[in-house]
Design a protein around this ligand. Structure first.
Ligand SMILES: C[S@@+](CC[C@H](N)C(=O)[O-])C[C@H]1O[C@@H](n2cnc3c(N)ncnc32)[C@H](O)[C@@H]1O
Length: 247
């Protein structure tokens, strides 16, 4: 069951990413850039930012310590929003800061759910390890991000693949679920409420949502840091196109 209530999640994220945890995250940044996970995500961000003809305006949702700022190309302005003041403070000196080539960087403290971006528009929006992980990816947030994209714009994001995290006990309980009494189902529904997605849930979310075109892939982390798998989604705003899904 997908969680749709972001308020508690926002509060938990603020609590988790306190000064101490943010410092630890920054310490791990040094190791992270040597891992296969960095080798996976950095080229995607680089490639997508380079794929536009003109210079682009970029938004990173949950930018943390600014791990990927240095791989952005072709970028005249970057906005990073994060709910944690401590992570954002560290993003003032992002990872590999000497390689960052962006004339204007705006760091904004706030939640993607509540922050009012006014009439700001972006060509490329990305979010890694935030939506469908710390906070729910709701249809409202998908619509908000879609509205902030220019036509032809791209939204790249990850969500946690819940199937990769299920143990045998959970899988057995899911098999038995249709035969269980309603009261037990209610208890399990509550217990299983999560921000994480199955591939089908993400697919259904994207079909129901506003993006005209999208592609979903799966990436299993290398176990050099966070353990598990993410679905990663490339979604495009193409006003004059019918909905397309690329396998
Ligand atoms: C796992 S970290 C990922 C940081 C960065 N994207 C990266 O890949 O290194 C999750 C980040 O999401 C931020 N976050 C959590 N909830 C948020 C929200 N509602 N709005 C904006 N940022 C949020 C946290 O403060 C944290 O910095």
């Amino acid at each position: 069951m997908l969680n749709t209530n972001h308020i508690e999640c926002d509060a938990k994220a603020i609590q988790l990413y306190d000064e101490n945890y943010s410092e630890k995250y920054r310490e791990f940044d040094q190791k992270y850039v040597t891992t296969p996970d960095y080798e996976h995500f950095a080229p995607i961000i680089k490639y997508l930012s380079k794929s536009f003809e003109d210079e682009i305006r970029v938004l990173e949702v949950g930018c943390g310590t600014g791990r990927y700022f240095h791989v952005l190309e072709n970028t005249c302005e970057l906005t990073g929003i994060d709910i944690s003041e401590h992570m954002l403070k560290l993003a003032e000196k992002p990872v590999r800061s000497t390689e960052v080539d962006i004339p204007m960087i705006n760091l904004v403290k706030g939640s993607i759910f509540d922050h009012d971006f006014g009439n700001q528009k972006y060509d490329f929006i990305y979010s890694i390890g935030v939506l469908g992980e710390h906070v729910p990816l709701t249809l409202d947030v998908s619509q908000k991000i879609y509205n902030m994209l220019n036509d032809g714009g791209c939204f790249f994001f990850t969500v946690v693949d819940i199937d990769d995290r299920k143990n045998m006990k959970r899988k057995l309980a899911e098999t038995a679920y249709p035969f269980l009494p309603a009261t037990v189902k209610q208890i399990l529904d509550k217990r299983w409420e999560s921000n994480y997605f199955t591939k089908k849930e993400l697919f259904d979310h994207m079909i129901e949502g506003p993006f005209e075109s999208f592609k979903i892939k799966n990436y299993k982390a290398s176990e050099s840091g966070w353990v598990g798998a993410h679905h990663e989604c490339f979604a495009y705003k193409m006003m004059n196109s019918t909905k397309t899904y690329f396998e």
